[in-house]
Design a binder for this molecule. Structure first.
Ligand code: BDR
Ligand code: CA
Length: 304
């Protein structure tokens, strides 16, 4: 089973990703770590705990960065993910609390305990992973793979014409992660916007899996409205779940091995581009995105 930590800013599509991992027997989800982004880090932690309770995941949740490493912080994306992170669903107070260890320490420890076997899926701003690399020089060697949702190598951004939201939120963190030479896989808008999940798709998983599928169906309505009103499309991109799928089934993607540059200031801040110089990473440039979507949806066909 694939040992995995998900570093997340829940977030509607983060909930999809966490539930997909929870419903996939081949994934051994060891912990969630939280980061600012779609919501504040405190809300991200509360939401992550709530997701664990819903999915019956008895795993640690460790809180991480409240803001970016160097750039000015930006407000949460309430217009995309809702005020509390799950569309217009109200906040739910979890029964459990986050562990005392913070996100970066937990990442370093798990990578040390499972050398060469831990996949870190970073589906928010990648600040906690950068912090783990700062704290433990061995982290980049210990980790099997860092699969991050973010960036747009060959296509326009989604938060500015140049930048995708996660890389825009902390471009310096991504630069540090890339410079570390750790094995990195980028799952960006190049692939995540090639397939859309529609209201009908969510209605289907709500029928087959009323508990988790039903929650995603309710949480995604606001998110789907955003896509309809702002992007003019019927359906939402499969951002964060695609990163979990890429960690599990890299064969479903075509990757290009190349270095990546990240714009750190100016109007293009957060823009990611393939370049010749620097440690190479694997960038998903294409994929069988219908198969990725089918795999995601199928996880909710067999609730326990
Ligand atoms: C990414 O930004 C966030 O809004 C989503 O949760 C996803 O991680 C998409 O650009
Ligand atoms: Ca996210």
């Amino acid at each position: 089973r694939l040992k995995m930590v998900i570093d997340t800013d829940p977030g509607v599509d983060d909930a999809m990703a966490v539930f997909f991992a929870a419903r996939t027997p081949q994934i051994d989800l060891l912990a969630l770590t939280t980061v600012f982004g779609n919501v504040t880090v405190e809300t991200a932690t509360r939401n992550a705990l709530h997701l664990c309770e819903m999915a019956g995941l008895d795993i640690p949740v460790a809180q991480g960065a409240a803001g970016p490493l160097a750039r000015a912080p930006s407000p949460p994306s309430a217009h995309v993910h809702g005020a509390e992170g799950f569309g217009d669903l109200p906040a739910v107070a979890p029964a459990r609390r986050a562990v005392a260890e913070d996100a970066a320490d937990l990442l370093c420890r798990l990578a040390r305990e499972h050398p060469g076997a831990l996949t870190v899926c970073a589906i928010g701003p990648i600040t906690n992973v950068a912090e783990a690399i700062r704290r433990d020089p061995a982290f980049a060697r210990n980790v099997a793979r860092i699969v991050f949702m973010g960036g747009a190598a060959w296509v326009p951004g989604n938060v500015t014409p140049h930048a995708e939201a996660n890389t825009w939120n902390d471009p310096h963190a991504l630069t540090e992660v890339l410079a570390s030479g750790a094995p990195v896989v980028m799952v960006g808008l190049d692939v995540t916007m090639r397939v859309l999940c529609t209201a009908q798709d969510f209605a289907r998983i709500a029928r087959t899996d009323p508990h988790l599928g039903g929650f995603l169906d309710r949480a995604s309505r606001f998110y789907l409205d955003f896509y309809r009103n702002v992007a003019g499309v019927e359906g939402c991109g499969l951002h964060d779940p695609a990163a979990i799928v890429a960690a599990l089934r890299p064969d479903l993607f075509r990757m290009r091995r190349t270095a990546l540059s990240v714009a750190l200031d100016g109007a293009e801040i957060g823009r990611t581009r393939p370049v010749d110089d620097g440690p190479p990473i694997d960038i998903c440039e294409d994929g069988d995105m219908e198969a990725v979507k089918a795999l995601f949806l199928a996880a909710f066909d067999r609730p326990d």
